[in-house]
Design a protein. Structure first.
Length: 144
């Protein structure tokens, strides 16, 4: 177990996550503000001028001086990392307890044992004969 995280999984094994460029982050924010600006058109309203101005300003800065967006890019990346560490275990836990656990309980309820894990005192072997038999042993000489 990793002593740093307190979890069985080693979250640091992949190394640091590469951050997107400052320009790309700026363009994403500009697109979001453009959507906010144009959203009222969907229902017949007027566009939001303030959001269009912000979107245009971010596009200009993204192309003219992308380094100015570095603090925004770092903050956006940090928020993504925090969300990953919180949301990922929650989603995986939810999937497990909503799908895998009920499936296992239903299989136990109906007596299903697809892996044949039950202990059988009378069994001489747990080997399962294949019907029809598999390939001949001599075909397995050069597997790689």
């Amino acid at each position: 177990m990793s002593e740093k995280s307190g979890f069985h999984e080693d979250f640091g094994r992949a190394g640091p996550v590469k951050r997107s460029s400052d320009r790309a982050t700026g363009l994403v924010f500009a697109a979001v503000f453009a959507i906010i600006a144009l959203w009222p058109l969907w229902s017949g309203g007027t566009p939001r001028a303030w959001a269009l101005i912000v979107a245009a300003a971010i596009v200009i800065v993204a192309f003219a001086l992308p380094r100015a967006l570095a603090p925004l890019s770092r903050a956006w990346h940090g928020l993504g990392q925090i969300l990953h560490k919180v949301v990922n275990p929650l989603v995986m836990g939810l999937l497990f307890y909503v799908t895998v656990t009920p499936t296992g309980l239903l299989m136990r309820l109906f007596g299903k044992d697809p892996l044949r894990l039950r202990f059988d005192r009378e069994a001489k072997s747990y080997w399962i004969e294949r019907r029809p038999p598999g390939p001949a042993p001599e075909t397995m000489r050069q597997q790689f």
